[in-house]
Ligand binder design. Structure first.
Ligand code: NAD
Length: 488
């Protein structure tokens, strides 16, 4: 067992959190967590079955229909959220360590990003205090109270790659809105949401409001199909998102989908190259490229192609690949053997389709053990190549040359995805105009940023709906109008 796992409470290690209690799984199914850096199994965790799903959903339903939570004011809910945030902050070092142990994220990356999870709770607490949950409007007969009420019981489903920030964003917004919920953690990364449950219990959030189970596909599908679930918030792959959207449509449940990406970074001809690459490089293959908004296509002016390729490839070749627990590691392993083979398959495809392999390749970066893939850069890539079209979810970046700015925009938009993107140039006004022509949910100028008060999400096949900001709260609200006769 790793150090971080031995620091977990026995409840988090062995149980689910249902109706305010730490309960054993009904099934005897277990998932073995394998260290991506050593390939050794270090922990087994219980998996939910249909009975566990039913128990969790029933608890959330009761808490919504009969409990106090949906009926509290925004300010009252904010008090609980602030207490939860305080508890969570004390556990951030543990959550960072777990991110590294469970799925192999470099520790420096995990330590930088875990505070974002806590800041989501802080943001939604302050939004719950300020948000206008109702307003009055005059009508012909008198007036109407337009109420923004919680949508009901939410199913929150997160992927393994960035479970803590993703699940924090979902839980914080759903709690602020007054929803009750069942969180389905991914088996590869089961502890993060259970630690949040521990914080929720310490903060005094009423039983049944937040329920957490760990489950694979089958039990996840049962959760999505439950008629007691009013809203699904899903983050994961396009294929699963499509399935969930169909299941939700069948009974007209609400669904927010945060899916994959193939984001483009456009370097303009007036780019300050050292500054641009310093800002951009950490986002090109963050966590070995296993982050949805990784800027995996670099679009560069044709006349500066060779210069940019040489500079970027030199930076990538100098990144320290190795044990994700080491503080100076930039690139750790990918999740598992299947993921490594998938990424290697894409690299082989890139070579076969005629892209130029500049650095990296299908090697194991010199490691006998661990699911390592060499950080890889391709140049002279065209939009029709598979490596430019599909989400690889590995440390592979494609550099595509363009002629005019119009052509750069066309290439950037020539994608099924539309999650993120960025534009680099000295003239920020021009960069802004170009950014506005990209068909993606988020675009950064001279850098990449995600902020709790700003909506995040995708266009096209990158998803439906937004998380974060007011928009993220409103995704958990329904509108009700109550008409009252008499003088306005
Ligand atoms: P995945 O779709 O395989 O799984 C995501 C989650 O859904 C897991 O918890 C899984 O157990 C669950 N699941 C699988 N089938 C299900 C079903 N039928 N019903 C209910 N739940 C089900 O994705 P993954 O491999 O875990 O994650 C990687 C993907 O997630 C990538 O495509 C990545 O781009 C995407 N992602 C998107 C964002 C975003 O914000 N847009 C953020 C992170 C990751």
């Amino acid at each position: 067992m790793s150090e971080s796992c031995s620091a977990l409470s026995s409840n988090v290690r062995h149980h689910f959190f249902i109706d305010g209690d730490w309960v054993s799984s009904h099934s005897d199914q277990r998932h073995t967590i394998v260290s991506p850096s050593t390939e050794t199994p270090f922990m087994t965790v219980p998996l939910a079955d249909a009975t566990d799903v039913e128990r969790a959903v029933a608890a959330a339903r009761r808490a919504f229909d009969q409990g106090p939570w949906p009926r509290l004011s925004g300010t009252e809910r904010a008090t609980y959220l602030k207490r939860l945030t305080h508890e969570l902050r004390q556990r951030l070092p543990l959550l960072a360590q777990l991110w590294t142990d469970q799925v192999g994220a470099p520790i420096s990356f995990a330590q930088k990003l875990t505070p974002f999870g806590a800041s989501r709770f802080e943001f939604f607490a302050s939004l719950a205090e300020q948000y206008e949950f109702e307003d009055w409007r005059s009508t012909q007969r008198g007036r109407a109270c337009v109420r923004r009420v919680p949508v009901g019981v939410a199913a929150l489903i997160a992927p393994w790659n960035a479970t803590f920030p993703i699940v924090s964003q979902k839980i914080a917004a759903a709690l602020a809105a007054g929803c009750t919920m069942v969180v389905k953690s991914p088996p590869e990364c089961p502890f993060d949401a259970l630690i949040i449950a521990e914080c929720a219990a310490a903060a005094g959030i009423p039983p049944g409001v937040l329920n957490v189970i760990t489950a694979g596909r089958e039990a996840g599908a049962q959760l999505v199909q439950s008629r007691e679930i009013d809203k699904i918030s899903f983050t994961g792959s396009v294929a699963t998102g499509q399935w969930i959207q169909r299941a939700a449509t069948d009974r007209l449940a609400r669904a927010t989908l945060e899916l994959g990406g193939k984001s483009a970074a456009i370097l303009l001809d007036d780019v300050d190259l050292p500054a641009a690459l310093a800002a951009l490089t950490p986002f090109t293959m963050p966590f070995s490229g296993q982050i949805c908004f990784a800027q995996t296509r670099l679009l560069v002016p044709r006349h500066r192609h060779d210069e940019i390729v040489a500079t970027y490839a030199q930076i990538v070749a100098g990144m320290k690949v190795g044990d994700p627990h080491a503080p100076d590691t930039a690139i750790g392993p990918v999740l598992n053997a299947a993921q490594r083979e998938r990424v290697r398959g894409y690299i082989e495809r890139g070579i076969a389709e005629g892209a130029t392999l500049v650095t990296g390749g299908t090697g194991n970066a010199g490691f006998e053990r661990g699911f390592y893939v060499e950080p890889t850069v391709f140049s002279r890539v065209t939009s029709t190549m598979t490596i430019a079209r599909e989400e690889i979810f590995g440390p592979v970046v494609s550099i595509l040359p363009y002629g005019s700015v119009d052509q750069a925009i066309e290439i950037a938009n020539d994608s099924d995805y539309g999650l993120s993107g960025s534009v680099y140039g000295r003239d920020e006004e021009r960069a802004f105009e170009i950014a506005c022509r990209l068909r993606t949910g988020n675009v950064g100028i001279n850098g990449v940023e995600i902020a709790p008060n700003v909506p995040f999400g995708g266009m096209k096949r990158s998803g439906i709906g937004r998380e974060g900001g007011r928009e993220g709260l409103e995704a958990y609200l329904e509108t009700q109008a109550v008409f009252v006769p008499g003088a306005a």
